[in-house]
Write a protein that binds this ligand. Structure first.
Ligand code: SF4
Length: 279
């Protein structure tokens, strides 16, 4: 067994919260640059220039990429040969609170969904864990802004429904959102499992590089088709028009029940932010 002190977990979570908020993912930045080169609308090119400049400035000046510094979601794969000294959840929460306090990030969490009193430390966060082989902890921190989270959706399709109906459902979600999700977006889709599994898959889908594609040929075809349809909506960067509404589509699928077909769409804005470290 390997013992990992909860202090190291708290320090790592703090580091990752700060990194995710200040440093735009390299694959997203590259995709924005490629989109800028291909964009034919001068207005859209101008907006992409601003988005890219903002990301570079945030990294250099150590300022958040966006004022909405998000709700923190931690995905932690725990090696089964690891013993954690201290309380795991408390360590994660300590790391989040410390990152938001010392970096002056906006505290965006309310304790009760109806009464809406701010907790003033960006807690609680959401923590997903899974047990994997090995002696390490793989920590991924995602900070999710709610402009795009509010546009995400889930639907239980019938098992006989076709792939084209699923495509329409995803495209419709982007179309309805217009500029509210701060495009260009990265679209994560989860298909299969149960309603909760499909939603989790749609979140994990955007961890893949935006330039990648599914290894399953029929899924890769679906991703390509959704991307083409979404970009033909011509919503464009921040809604000014143009061909860059989405940077990419990533679909994850899982076996499901004979009687159902759950599908979840997770819209992630141009500030798709997460950071990962193995300790
Ligand atoms: S949707 Fe994204 S870019 Fe827009 S305000 Fe929210 S976090 Fe910021």
């Amino acid at each position: 067994m390997r013992t990992i002190n909860s202090k190291l977990i708290a320090e790592t979570v703090k580091e990752l919260c700060i990194k995710a908020n200040l440093e735009l993912r390299k694959d997203i930045l590259s995709a924005l640059r490629r989109a800028r080169e291909k964009e034919t609308s001068s207005k859209a090119r101008g907006v992409l220039d601003i988005i890219i400049y903002n990301a570079l400035l945030a990294r250099k000046k150590r300022l958040p990429i966006c004022q909405d510094t998000g709700m923190v979601v931690a995905y932690v794969a725990i090696g089964q040969e690891v013993r954690i000294k201290g309380v795991f959840r408390k360590a994660v929460e300590r790391g989040v609170a410390e990152a938001y306090r010392c970096s002056y990030f906006r505290n965006s969490i309310v304790m009760d969904p109806l009464r809406r009193k701010n907790t003033k430390n960006n807690l609680p966060s959401i923590i997903y864990t899974c047990i994997v082989p090995g002696k390490r902890l793989n920590i991924r921190i995602s900070v999710k802004g709610f402009g795009c989270e509010n546009i995400s959706r889930t639907r239980m399709f019938r098992p006989t429904d076709s792939a084209s109906l699923i495509e329409d459902f995803v495209v419709e979600a982007v179309k309805d959102s217009g500029s509210r999700a701060c495009p260009p977006v990265y679209i994560g889709v989860g298909m299969g499992g149960t309603i909760d599994k499909a939603t989790l898959l749609s979140k994990e889908a955007v961890f893949r590089s935006v330039a990648g594609c599914s290894r399953k040929r029929h899924i890769a075809k679906l991703e390509k088709s959704i991307l083409a349809k979404v970009n033909s909506l011509k919503i464009g960067p921040m809604g000014v028009g143009g061909r860059t509404t989405a940077l990419g589509v990533s679909v994850l699928s899982y076996p499901t029940h004979i009687a159902g077909l759950p599908v979840a769409v997770n819209i992630s804005c141009h500030a798709t932010r997460d950071a990962r470290k193995v300790i």
